[in-house]
Design a protein. Structure first.
Length: 440
């Protein structure tokens, strides 16, 4: 983004610089100098089809888009910077809020990085790992349902939208039962999970799998073979394998170009190599192929969810090391979830060391050995990676996320330039960007 010279002025707070101009002025000026009938359209950041606060600056010649640019930063939260001022465990409550449609993936990637630095990857209980996979796959289905629902709504297919949010609601009910919240869970913690599955969670999840297996074919009937739907999506938002590789695009966009790249297969984590599932691909390189892949990925996720439910064995959900396992003992009391009264009675009345340790663990947090690592998971949008750096303290020195929405948005211009204005909406919907992940 270019700017005109900043003019400084003195205030009681110090020198203030007023920066004027910016990308919008630059585009308008260059368009004004041209002698043809080009128009610059500012689409967003409040446009209903830009998936949140994404701003698209389009230069159009008639109905054809000649230049397309993204303007981001309207949802900036400073989450990565905030992590430097919180303990390692508290970081989970921040990262879960980034891509708000995939909270469990944000938490899992972050915790995998912290656990690698701690050197406790092999100590994570099997039950905790299985529940992580279960929740991530349910989350994948929920995220794809939103992608299909909102994409359908933008095309005028309101029935697809209603069906998508209807089914997603069932998943959010399961999340609420397990974690107490529909989103922003902070349920995956370094060392395991915040708490075990509550009574009824397994039965409710099995019931959902049955319902979803019955409901998934409805999307095929509504959209997959629908000639209007196909005409709108086929050959729109085209990006071939060469383009994907050049731009670092991952997820359904990459798989729609024919490459079966999925971190669950190529670089497994959380024991994914022990699950039986397929990686769907298409060779269409367009928005229609991405839709088909998301529908098929939901079927594969249901397969994984069933396998998780079958292999759930009783056991702990947090590492045995009490220097890391926080919170220690949870129970549901009259005022909500908190430390169990038995645990409080024990540390308050019988063990001064346990009380001191509990106090230090909650207020100060545990120390993580100095070092850095990169951990990545396959989120519904592609490779979600986290670079975690520790200086040996109780707080992260630096945490940086490679969010797939941010990287995949770089493909927007390649998909849209040369196409129609109306096709921009289809292309952006097929990218499925979530601005919470972009503007960390």
């Amino acid at each position: 983004m270019s700017t005109s010279p900043a003019s400084p002025r003195e205030t009681t707070e110090g020198i203030v610089y007023t920066v004027t101009g910016g990308d919008w002025d630059e585009v308008v000026q260059s368009a004004a100098k041209a002698d043809d009938q080009r128009i610059v359209v500012n689409m967003g950041p409040q446009h209903p089809s830009t998936h949140g606060v994404l701003r698209l600056i389009l230069e159009i010649d008639g109905e054809t888009v000649t230049e397309a640019r993204c303007g981001i930063g309207y949802l900036h939260t400073g989450i990565e910077k905030n992590l430097e001022y919180r303990t390692w465990t508290q970081g989970t409550t921040f990262v879960t809020r980034m891509d708000y449609l995939t909270p469990f993936f944000n938490e899992a990637a972050y915790c995998l990085g912290v656990e690698r630095l701690l050197g406790i990857e092999e100590q994570i209980p099997d039950r905790a790992t299985t529940i992580r996979v279960l929740l991530m796959e349910l989350n994948r289905i929920a995220s794809h349902l939103v992608a299909i629902a909102t994409g359908g709504m933008e095309l005028g297919a309101t029935t697809v939208m209603i069906y998508g949010f209807r089914d997603r609601e069932l998943i959010l009910d399961i999340f609420e039962l397990i974690t107490g919240l529909r989103m922003n869970h902070a349920y995956v913690r370094p060392g395991g999970l915040a708490q075990d599955l509550p009574p009824g969670a397994v039965d409710q999840t099995r019931e959902f799998v049955k319902t979803m297996k019955k409901n998934l074919p409805e999307y095929d009937k509504l959209a997959t073979g629908n000639p209007i739907f196909k005409a709108r999506l086929q050959n729109t938002g085209y990006l071939d394998l060469t383009g994907c590789m050049a731009l670092g695009v991952t997820g359904p966009i990459l798989r729609s170009a024919g490459l079966a790249h999925d971190l669950r297969k190529t670089d497994p984590y959380c024991g994914y190599e022990t699950y039986d599932f397929d990686v769907p691909t298409a060779d269409t390189c367009d928005s229609y192929g991405r839709f088909l892949i998301r529908v098929e990925e939901m079927r594969q996720s249901l397969r994984i969810v069933e396998q998780c439910l079958d292999r759930l064995e009783p056991g702990p959900v947090m590492v045995a090391d009490k220097k890391i396992a926080w919170p220690a003992q949870l129970a549901l009391g009259p005022d909500g979830l908190g430390n169990s009264l038995d645990h409080i009675k024990k540390i308050m009345g019988t063990s001064m060391e346990a009380l001191i340790h509990h106090f230090k663990l909650v207020t100060e947090g545990f120390r993580v050995p100095a070092g850095q690592t990169y951990a990545a998971v396959e989120s519904p949008r592609g490779e979600l990676g986290v670079h975690v750096v520790s200086d040996g303290g109780t707080r992260p020195f630096r945490v940086h996320f490679r969010d797939p929405s941010f990287t995949n948005l770089q493909a927007m211009a390649a998909m849209c330039e040369g196409g129609q204005v109306a096709d921009v909406i289809v292309a952006v919907a097929s990218i499925d960007p979530v601005m919470g992940g972009v503007d960390r």
